[in-house]
Each structure stands twice: as structure tokens, then as C-alpha cells.
Design a protein around this ligand. Structure first.
Ligand SMILES: CC(C)(COP(=O)(O)OP(=O)(O)OC[C@H]1O[C@@H](n2cnc3c(N)ncnc32)[C@H](O)[C@@H]1OP(=O)(O)O)[C@@H](O)C(=O)NCCC(=O)NCCS
Length: 171
């Protein structure tokens, strides 16, 4: 498959998605502070306050497929949604990822952003997209269901954090 080209913008009725910028790192760190306590420690802010805003800023360019999600009406940054193009479970088949600030939950934004990203993947010639989700993450599982991902039955990890389940979307 040809490399996936990252778009300048993806637009939906209420949202604009575009490549993340280093200056947005404070908002991406806020997402870390809002994570559910069941999320494993390496994905949470540690006792020393790490990752810091600077740590997160340093990683922004390394994930070019994750797009900033802005509300179209206000230009407010509410999180990210996109494709993990490097380091995903299967590098030729990217993984869908999304995370929004709590204040923006419950309005259909993740589903709306996710639909635009799925369409981007389809137009790029991806045969499949993957997503992993914790069994307890009801909101995310519902978003994936609305985006027509199927549960594969594969459990990637099982621990005190829960079961990490692999889902797939055929395009
Ligand atoms: C997952 C997440 C992105 C969803 O964002 P969102 O914009 O609120 O999602 P949407 O509004 O598009 O859809 C959420 C759906 O889950 C449902 N839902 C949310 N919480 C729920 C709960 N506790 N029980 C049952 N359903 C729930 C909503 O009702 C909605 O479904 P509906 O449209 O059928 O009513 C957001 O919760 C988030 O950022 N969570 C933390 C990060 C995360 O989990 N990322 C995904 C990792 S796999």
C-alpha cells in the first residue's frame, strides 16, 4: 500500500481536523490528566508530573496521523482523532485513535471526527483499520460500534487494568 498522505484539513458539519501543532501540547497534556484511573500508569501523569508539556510537545511530530480536533464554530481545540501511522500493531494497517476533553464529551464529536478519519483511510486505499479498547470503556466501545468496527475476539492484554480488545473495520 502507498504511504498515507496526511491531509491539511478534514471538515465535518461541526468540526475541523488538521495536523497537530507543538503549541497545542498543553491541551494534549490536559487529556492525560483527565484519563480514567484504570488506564495503565505509563499512559498517566506520574508522581514527578511527567510527561510535562515539553515532553508532549517533543512527541507531536512523531505522530503525524493524529489530527487536532477543533470545533468549527469557536475554533476551540477539543482533542485529537486520527491514525497511528507508526508503531501500530500492524504498520501497514493503521490504528484509529481518539481522545477528547471531558468538557466536549457526549455531543457526538468523537463519532463525527471518527467518520471523517475512516473516510480518509478509505480514500487512501487502506483495506482495514484497527482499534484497541479496554472492555470497561463503554463510551469508546460505543463510538467504535457506531463507526462499524467489529470486535475480533482477540484480547491483546489482560490485567488489573481490564481486557484490551482488538476491533477491526473493513473498508
Ligand atoms: C471515547 C470518547 C472519545 C467519546 O467521545 P464522545 O464525543 O463523547 O463520543 P460520542 O458522543 O460520539 O459517542 C459516545 C457514545 O457512547 C455513549 N456512552 C457514553 N458514556 C456511556 C456510558 N457510561 N454508558 C453507556 N453509553 C455511554 C453515548 O451515549 C454515545 O452513544 P449514543 O450516540 O448511542 O448515545 C471520550 O469519552 C474520551 O475521550 N474518552 C477518553 C479517551 C478514550 O477512551 N479514548 C478511546 C481509547 S480506545
Amino acid at each position: 500500500m502507498a504511504p498515507i498522505r496526511v491531509p491539511d484539513t478534514l471538515e465535518t458539519d461541526r468540526l475541523v481536523l488538521r495536523p497537530r501543532r507543538v503549541e497545542e501540547a498543553a491541551t494534549y497534556r490536559r487529556l492525560w490528566t483527565e484519563r480514567d484511573p484504570r488506564v495503565p500508569e505509563h499512559r498517566r501523569i506520574d508522581a514527578h508530573g511527567r510527561p510535562t508539556v515539553a515532553d508532549i510537545a517533543a512527541g507531536v511530530d512523531g505522530e503525524p496521523g493524529l489530527l487536532a480536533v477543533h470545533r468549527r464554530a469557536t475554533a476551540e481545540l477539543i482533542g485529537y482523532c486520527g491514525l497511528t501511522l507508526h508503531g501500530s500493531e500492524r504498520s501497514d494497517e493503521p490504528e484509529l485513535a481518539f481522545e477528547l476533553l471531558r468538557a466536549a464529551h457526549g455531543r457526538g464529536y468523537a463519532t463525527e471526527a471518527g467518520r471523517a478519519v475512516v473516510e480518509w483511510a478509505r480514500e487512501s486505499g487502506c483495506p482495514r483499520l484497527w482499534a484497541t479498547v479496554w472492555d470497561w470503556n463503554v463510551a469508546s466501545r460505543r463510538v467504535l460500534e457506531k463507526l462499524e468496527f467489529d470486535e475480533t475476539g482477540t484480547v491483546l492484554a489482560e490485567s488489573t487494568h481490564g481486557r484490551s480488545m482488538l476491533t477491526v473495520r473493513h473498508l
